[in-house]
Design a protein around this ligand. Structure first.
Ligand code: LLP
Length: 430
């Protein structure tokens, strides 16, 4: 299953030797930094960003990298230097974006359940846009803006109500009845309210179809639906909309998927946008970072049980949740090949039967002490890591050419207990 295919940025020295990230041997990183560790190729991220930017060239556009895919400062700085903006969905992500040096006017704040404190934070920071997802949120934002004597720049997140294929139901977002966005038929009504409220300025329409999409047609359909709303609003005298945000969702190759064809994207999606004269916004996450990383792990044990061969690694669902949570496929490669392969389950050390990285997979006949690379884990990998079983979240390493640097240190036991109160301060409840 795609064993030989390596992602851009990751190669084998001399075509068959030790796996390396750009000019850096992964064995060297594992020896130096320890395992488990995420290792990122900055060249891959740059390549993806630039490809997307070139593809969007025919129309005025902005690329707002979505922090939920991976919000580590080291990566954010690479993307900011390329000219990316940021898309955030919580106060925590807003703080991260600001700290990584994104100008407030290069930040979009979205999310289905923002608290008043988060909305106030976005207003005080003066972000480019707040994507609102309901009439109630719009009214709350208006009140908070009035209290501050400011006008909130808003975009309405439209539920485009397009049902599409995603590899897992959990990553569908734009279908009828989903919790996200304003139902399509209510958008004109909510936009009319926005136009009447004194402290919001409606300058955008937004949608997000879903994630890991490989087909382009739904984007075309979604854009047409947003443009139809835009036209209807103009007909009603609402002509303030400058931005058309079509979300993220572009898929990547994990196994044998056909990644989306960017030329086809340009020819299908850009012409209807160009006609409107609006600025196109995209919020990509996976497309930029998905293929840009491997998770380095060490083989702890080999064992046989019930006629099955197991590779027990020092990383599992706590480091990479995607296989057990979504049944996601990630290639597992030996950093140094042994030549023979075995059909195995690659499992982690967590006390759950659902703790696995790969099931029934032909993997190099790795032995205890060998290093493994779990591929294409740059998106929704480190950010979904947990401390379950009081495991320490791994280190993150950024590679740039023939250099590498730790950008996130491995946690230490103290980090696990830092917020615990040794002598609780009891208060009377009555
Ligand atoms: N914009 C919005 C409003 C989103 O909800 C998302 C992702 C994105 C942009 C970025 O989508 P992307 O370009 O990365 O597909 N944890 C799941 C994926 C959840 C995606 C959530 N929303 C996974 O591991 O597959």
């Amino acid at each position: 299953m795609g064993q030989g295919v390596l992602t851009t940025g990751f190669t084998r020295a001399g075509g068959k030797g030790v796996l390396q990230c750009e000019g850096v041997s992964l064995e060297r990183v594992a020896n130096d930094v320890g395992t488990p560790a995420y290792v990122y190729s900055s060249a891959t991220m740059r390549d993806r960003y630039e490809r997307l930017d070139r593809m969007l060239e025919p129309v005025p556009h902005r690329i707002h990298y979505t922090l939920k895919a991976n919000s580590s400062r080291g990566l954010l700085e690479v993307l900011r230097a390329l000219g990316a903006g940021a898309d955030v969905v919580s106060g925590g992500e807003l703080t991260r974006a600001l700290r990584a040096g994104f100008a407030p006017r290069d930040i979009i704040f979205g999310g289905v359940g923002k608290t008043e404190a988060e909305l106030a934070y976005a207003l005080d920071a003066d972000v480019l846009l707040v994507n609102v997802e309901s009439e109630a949120e719009l009214r709350t934002l208006d009140r908070l803006a009035r209290d501050r004597g400011v006008t909130a720049r808003v975009s309405i997140r439209v539920n485009p109500e397009i049902t599409l294929e995603t590899p897992h139901d959990y990553i569908k977002t734009g279908g009828r009845g989903h919790k996200f966005g304003v139902p399509y038929d209510d958008v004109v009504h909510v936009a009319t309210i926005a136009a009447e409220l004194g402290h919001v300025s409606l300058i955008g329409l937004d949608m997000h179809l879903g994630s890991q999409l490989t087909r382009i047609d739904p984007y075309r359909e979604g854009v047409e639906r947003l443009v139809a709303i835009h036209d209807e609003l103009r007909g009603r005298g609402i002509d303030t909309i400058e931005y058309l945000d079509i979300g993220g969702g572009l898929g990547v190759r994990y196994d044998t998927e056909q990644p989306p064809d960017l030329e086809r994207f340009a020819s299908l999606v850009l012409p209807p946008v160009a006609k409107t004269g609006m600025t196109l916004i995209m919020e990509p996450g996976r497309f930029i970072v998905g293929n840009a990383a491997v998770l380095l792990a060490r083989v702890l044990y080999r064992k046989r049980s019930g006629g099955k061969d197991y590779v027990v690694a020092d990383a599992g669902m706590t480091e990479l949740l995607r296989p057990s949570h979504y049944g996601a496929f990630h290639r597992v490669l030996a950093v140094r090949r042994r030549g023979e392969t075995r059909r195995v389950d690659v499992v982690g050390p967590v006390c759950e039967s659902g703790d696995f990285l790969a099931l029934d997979r032909d993997v190099d006949d790795v032995q205890p002490g060998d290093y493994l690379a779990v591929c294409d884990v740059g998106a929704y990998g480190y950010v979904m890591a947990s401390n379950y079983n009081s495991r320490l979240r791994p280190a993150e390493v950024l590679v740039d050419g023939d250099r590498f640097a730790v950008i996130t240190q491995r946690e230490e036991p103290e980090d696990l207990m830092r917020r615990e109160v040794a002598a609780p301060h009891w208060l009377r409840g009555v």
